[in-house]
Structures are given as structure tokens and as C-alpha cells.
Design a protein around this ligand. Sequence first.
Ligand code: PMP
Length: 404
Amino acid sequence: MDFSSLISHRSTSINGSGIRRVFEIGAKIHDKIDLSIGQPDFAVPQAMRAAAIRAIDGGRNGYPLTRGVPELREKIARSLHADLGWKTTELPGCSDSHSGLFVTAGTTGALMLASLALLDPGDEIIIPDPWFVLYPYMGTFANAVAVPCSTYPDFRLTAERVEPLLSPRTKMILLNSPSNPAGVVSTERECADLLDLCRRRGIILVSDEIYDEFTYEAFRTQPSASDPAKRRCPSPARLPGSQDNVLVIRGFGKTYGVTGWRLGYAAGPRPLIEEMVKLQQYLYVSAPHPLQWGVIDAFDADMTEHVREYERRRSLVVDRLSPVTQVPAPGGAFYAFVKVPERLGYPEESAGERFFQRCVTERVLVVPGRTFSKRDTHFRLSYATPIENLERGLDTLVRIMKNG
Ligand code: PMP
């Protein structure tokens, strides 16, 4: 069988090699220091594990409603109200408290449904460069075009950088704060300007907030709607009237260490949510049923200590690397996007790859910048790893950056 004539251009145009290649190379290295994995390294809260097991034992294993179990949607609605001030009953066109939101199979599910619901062939979506690996393919899957907006060297997605890239075909702008791969947290001003731009041009601002809980103290500059003393990550969804233009996407995987549970949610204008729900029904029916019961308690889990621990690691990374290279201090998530120093003499178009290869010889794994970008001048380091590992890894990185 000649599969080359059978497989779609859509599929062949997707490059699956980036992070998987790092993983495969890493699998062959013994006693490695892995700074490539974007996965929390703490235990899942006990109440969540117990609730998921109870749900399985209690027979909650069949199809749930496509939108997700009502008890979870109620929790999400309350959380959006307390945090963003969003009254889901007041979302455009909403008649009941849950119709402006639904539960998705991870944030990936929500991002994919958003692009399928919004993009026609030839339409455009603006994504930040560097990007999270799925973003360019949100265009590809919909036969549309993802237009990268360079955010070098500070990795800030600003309205000023985005506006020249807009065309009559642009349907959405994708904002990710705190960001993967740079850990950058948008300011209130940047959020407001992007929202204003979207309003003026009649397009949707998709806010991927998968790392919102992982925002460090100094970057929590906006009060939550219900409690001004509770400081939160800036979000365009916190601005007055944002419900008309902002699709908020959040997840449980990173926040509570349950990336394998595949759970997230989307909230926003009802006409868009309704289309996304319809597509979910046919694409993968629903998010996993028993695990939805597991995350109902997640909203009550206190993750402060874990966030503080990541903040300590962030400071270690910045303190150790700043003397030898450029690294914009992450304000959240658990990644840093680090410049490969020019003194190493690597060609600009493959510096990230060359640095990655050099690190492999020292049994340290990072991810070359080109996995997340049109450029290859940087590498991503994840500090979601025990501090002893991180310290040893940083020793090696600093030595290579100084001496080649
Ligand atoms: N958005 C960003 C910015 C991410 O980093 C990730 C996961 N690494 C996702 C979305 C997808 O997350 P999920 O596992 O919830 O699908």
C-alpha cells in the first residue's frame, strides 16, 4: 500500500518531531537531568484522588452530558463569578447559569474546538512567537493560517505588535499568560489594549489561562472580583464587559498535577460556546466522566505552597543564568526561555539545536527554541523538577554557557 498518496496534506504538514524527539533522545540517556518536561512534580491533592475513585466505584462510568456534569459546571460558574466577576447568566444570550461555559477534554480540547468553530479555510489566527506547540496547528487543523507575532526579545504579546498583522481574514488573537515557553505574565495594560484592539476589529480574544494559578506574588496585580484582598493574574477577562469578546480557557491538569485526566473548560459568548459544544459532541463526546467528579473538589485545594516552591526555583534559575545570558524573569508557569549566548559561536539559525545537542552530551535535557518558534536562538528550560536536580542541571548549563 502506498500510504504517501493516502495520507492527507494536513497530516503530513504537521511536524510531530519537536518535543517527542527530545523525549526519545532522553529515553536513551541514563542518569539524566531532565529539564524538558512541562509537568508538575507534586502529588495530586488527596481529596481529588479519593473523589475520582469514589466516582468509578460508584458507577459514574457512562457518558456524561456533553457539557460536563452539572455539579462541576456549577463550581466553574461560581469560580468564574468570584474570580472574574463573570455572571454566566449574563453572558450574551445565556438563559441558565451554565450555558456560557462547558467542560472540555483538557485545554487542548477547548483550543481545538475554538479554532474549528471560528475558522474557515483561509481565515487567520494570530499566535505569539514563541508559541505553545499546538498553536500553529490550530490553523492547520482548520485549513486556516496561524500568523506568528514575534515577541522577541521580551516575549510580550502587545497590541502594538499584533495590530500590523491583522487582516480582513483575522478571526482571533491567542493570548497565553503566564506563557509557555517564557513564563511571561501580561500586564493589565497589555490585556486592556489587546481587548480594545479585538473590540475595534470585531474579533475574539482567546485567553489560554492554563497556568493562571501559577502566577508569582509580584505579578498578581489584579484583585479577584469577589475579594479585593485576593490578588490574581491579570486577564483580559477581568475587564468590564469582556464577556462579549473573550473566550477564557482554563485547565485542571497543570494546576493540580493531573495532566493525564484531560480536563479543562471554556467560558465566553454563548453563540461561540454553543458551536463548540456541538462540535465536542461529535469529536469526542465529552471529557472523561469519573474524573470530572474528581476535580469538583479541586477548587477548594490550596496550591499556595506549590506555587511558592516554583517561585523559589524560578529565582534560582534567574540568579544562576542572568550572569551568563539573557533570561527574562518568568512571572509564572514553570518555564524559562533562555538565550543561547552568542559567545558560543553557534550559527543563529540553529543555536538552540546546537546548544541542545551539547547539553545531551552532558546528560542534561532542555528543548531547542525552534520547537516553539520560527527562530532558533533560545532554549526552553522547565523547572518543574526537584530542586537538587535543578541545581545540578544549572551547574552544567552555566559551565557550557561559559566555556562551550
Ligand atoms: N496551553 C498551554 C500554554 C500549554 O502549555 C499546554 C500544555 N503544555 C496546553 C495548553 C495543553 O494542556 P492540556 O494538557 O490541558 O491539554
